[in-house]
Design a binder for this molecule. Sequence first.
Ligand SMILES: Nc1ncnc2c1ncn2[C@@H]1O[C@H](COP(=O)(O)OP(=O)(O)OP(=O)(O)O)[C@@H](O)[C@H]1O
Ligand SMILES: [Mg+2]
Length: 265
Amino acid sequence: MAGVILQRMIVLENISKSFDGGNRFSVENVSLRVPRGKLLVPLGGSGCGKTTTLKMINRLIDPTSGRVLVNGQDVRDSDPVQLRRGIGYVFQGSGLFPHMTVAENIAVVPKLLRWPKERIRAHVEELLELVNLPAEQYRDRLPQQLSGGQQQRVGFARALATGPEVMLLDEPFGALDPVTRDELRAEFVSLRQRLGLTAVMVTHDMLEALLAADLIAVMNAGRLVQLGTPYELMTHPADAFVAALIASPKHQMEKLQAMTAANGT
Ligand SMILES: Nc1ncnc2c1ncn2[C@@H]1O[C@H](COP(=O)(O)OP(=O)(O)OP(=O)(O)O)[C@@H](O)[C@H]1O
Ligand SMILES: [Mg+2]
């Protein structure tokens, strides 16, 4: 039994969140499990509760009711600071401190943990390498001296600074042009697999979810509408809402395939 629980790295049990004492619920009775090493993508329109759900995993928000387990442990029993050391967080927008250099941004938590200066310096270099930003070129820049894609890379590096097993990402590619977005998504998918990270990555881009996710959690008005693999959602949408959501990229792909086939014959 313990083995089974450990395989589920993140477990949400009937979590609900009301910000107004129970009149309205931003998240209502959501239950789901993310197996170790897998990527779950909560997907849905603006205001459906994606960010709130994400923040209940690392206790940036505490649920009104329900339970969250990370690595088999109820997060309410862990010290929030300790908990967040094991959980990298990439904020909606880049969330970098504008007055700090790239190196200082990445080093925020290691500094809090009082790592020796030399260890921090070496680790920042490694992390910048990992996200494909040459340290000597970028280390001392301010966020405003970086492109959106480069800022997002620094956001990844910062989230990876304490060697977490879990990553939470809130629309990490939201503000990027489509080419940069594709490139960064592919890099993130490979980085995640290489590091064996369990991750929850919010998006409202259906195609992005289909391309990157092991599991998709479709949300609507705070409720979980369907949880399944991209294939399951495409072949067996639970209701008209999910069907409509996947229809758009599916139609686009069908059109592309038809075009390719027509030109190939
Ligand atoms: N701190 C808060 N106080 C009051 N209401 C909040 C708070 N945070 C979120 N909400 C409300 O909860 C609902 C869900 O918000 P949430 O940020 O989770 O949505 P989202 O799915 O991430 O949307 P988006 O795609 O626009 O980022 C919204 O109606 C929002 O106004
Ligand atoms: Mg959000």
